[in-house]
Design a protein around this ligand. Sequence first.
Ligand code: NDP
Length: 254
Amino acid sequence: MVPAAREGGGPAPLASQSVSQPRSVLVTGGNRGIGRAIAEAFIAAGDKVAVTTRSGGAPEGALELKADITDPAAVEAAFAAAEEAHGPVEVLVANAGITKDTLVLRMSEEDWSSVIDTNLTASFRLAKRAAKGMLRQKKGRIIFISSVVGLLGSPGQVNYAASKAGLVGMARSLARELGPRSITANVVAPGYVDTDMTAVLSDEQKEGIRSQVPLGRYADPTEVAGAVLFLASPEAAYVTGAVIPVDGGLGMGH
Ligand code: NDP
């Protein structure tokens, strides 16, 4: 049954979230890999895109913002610059992430904390800052890039898997907290994607992974971008707290 009328805190009409109005989009780590494909897809859709990076090289058409997301002041400055150029951030894609893989007994406190700081704590920082403007606007889309590994586990990735699993709990809590203001929070969980992050794997490791993926190949970064664009679209207005796998079937069942 479709609600007849909207009163108070109900969902905003779809028209107010139409992509015919360019949106202010912020993508962390939008200079390479998956983040770059996401930024390029939003640019192609006509949105106003700001990209954070430490090393530079944002795609053409994006506003490049130098920021280390583990630095709260740098994140604040990036949001201020994005807002000044494009208006309040309506779509946040928390994509930037790192790995520091090693077996648990060899994993140092630093291996643990640097991965948690970058992948999980910085995502909290970004979402909190984005929520400030979204709550005022009574609309917004928060999208976290997690990983199949967050739910499946992976030997040598205790730190990484914990950080990526943490994003699911965070997104679902945000979905409950911010839902009454028509703000959605979702997770995209890619499998193995052809980027610098996976380029370091040995041929043997790559083949081992490929053999477990029902689709028998790695993803192209644009295939992750497709799911992100959907979550940011008017068609996804009623999708929140979801974990969308883009993993060739690797994680099926979780
Ligand atoms: P890449 O290694 O290719 O790129 C990582 C990106 O994150 C870069 O843009 C990098 O910026 C940025 N970044 C890292 N640390 C920081 C930091 N402290 N501050 C600001 N930016 C930072 O990774 P992918 O494109 O492969 O991965 C993107 C996301 O997708 C990550 O969260 C990753 O965990 C996730 N993912 C990747 C998978 C894969 O198979 N590739 C599978 C599942 C999930 P800079 O260039 O400036 O260093």
